[in-house]
Design a protein around this ligand. Sequence first.
Ligand SMILES: [Zn+2]
Length: 391
Amino acid sequence: MKIYADKLLTMTGGDISPGWVEIVGDKITSAGVGFPDGGNCMSLRGYILLPGLVNAHCHLDYTDCKGLLVPGRSFAEWIAQINALKRQRTSEEFLVSIRTGFDDLVRYGTTSVVNIESYPDLIASIDSPVRTWWAVESMDVKRAYEYPGLPELRAVSPHAPYTASPELYMESKRLAEETGALFTSHVAESVDEHDMFLHAQGSLYVLMKSLHRTPFQTGEATSLKLLLKGGYLPHGALLAHVNFFDDEDLALMHAQGHAVAHCPQTHAFFGRNIFPWQRMEEAGVPVILGTDSLASSQSLSLFDEMRAFRSSHPGVGAQRVLEMVTVDAARALGMWGRIGQITVGAEADLIAIPFPENGGRGACPFSAVLEHSGTVPFVMSRGRVLRAPQL
Ligand SMILES: [Zn+2]
C-alpha cells in the first residue's frame, strides 16, 4: 500500500511536501514527492506523516496505578507505597494493566517501547501490538536471582544498585554481552540513593540496612560512579534517570557508549531540580525520553513527555526534542536505519497528526508535532494499521 500526506517528516533528510511512502510487508520500500501514481493509496490530506515514537523507559505493570501514589517525603516512602500496591495485585490484574498500557501507547503514537517487566511469566500471555523490548527486571534483595529465558526482543534490567548486587550486575552484563540483549538499569535517580551511596545515610540507606542489604559499598562514591568505574556495565547501556553526576561520570558515560533515559513527567512528579540536559548534550551523552509508569507519571503519551521536557528546557528547539523520541532513541537502541525515521528499508512504523491549514505553509511542522494534544489519529506498527482517521 501507499500512504500520501501533506508533509513527511523523515527525521534524517528534511521534510517532503507533499509526499508518499510505499509499504510492502513490514518495510518502507519506496518514497517520493507529490501524489503517487496508481496503486492502493491511503490519502492523509491535511496530515503530517512521521516515524512512530520510541518510549525508552516504561513499566506497563503499573498502568492501573494512576493517581494512587503520592511523591511522599522520601523516595523510600514512594517505594513502600508501590510495594504495598504490588502485594495486593493478582497476575490477572497485572495482565489487564499491561494490556491497558499497550492500548495507551498505541493511542498516543508509540510504536516501540522498552518495557521493564517485573513479572516475566506474564510475557507469553501478551500479544504486544508494538515493538517491545521486554526488559526482564532482576533484583536480589531477599534471595538470589536467576534470569528466565529472555523473550524477543531481548533486554535485561538489574533494577538499581540498591536492590541488585554487584554479582547480579555482572551476571546481567554477561548475558547482555553474550546475547546482544539491551542492558538497562535505574541509576542515580533520587536524593535518597545519592545519600545512601555517597554518604551512607538517608531514608533509603536506613531501609536497605533494615533489610540487611547494602550490596555495593556505601560511604565513598555515588552509585553511578561505582557502576562506571567498577566495570559493571556493558558498552552501550541504557541508564534510566541519572539525575546526579559529575564531569568524570559524563566522560565515562561517553567513553562507554551509554545513553540516558529521562522521564520528564516523573521528574516533575518528584519535584526534582531541572534535569541538566545541556551538560549531557555537550558531553555527547545521548538523552532519550521515556514515560516511566502511571505510578509517577500523568500519562503514557510521549507528546506529553516532549512538552514537559520543553517546559523545563524552553531553549531547546522542537526538532531537537522530537529527535530524542525518534532518531536518537533508534541509535541508542541499536536500531539506526530501522526505526525512528522514514527511509527506504526502514520498518513501517508510522504515525500521522493533523497539520492545520491555518498553520499556513510557513508553519513549523516540528512545533505542530510538539503542540499536538490528544490521541494520534493514524498509527501503523510493523506495516499493520492500528488506528486510521475517518477520511
Ligand atoms: Zn523505571
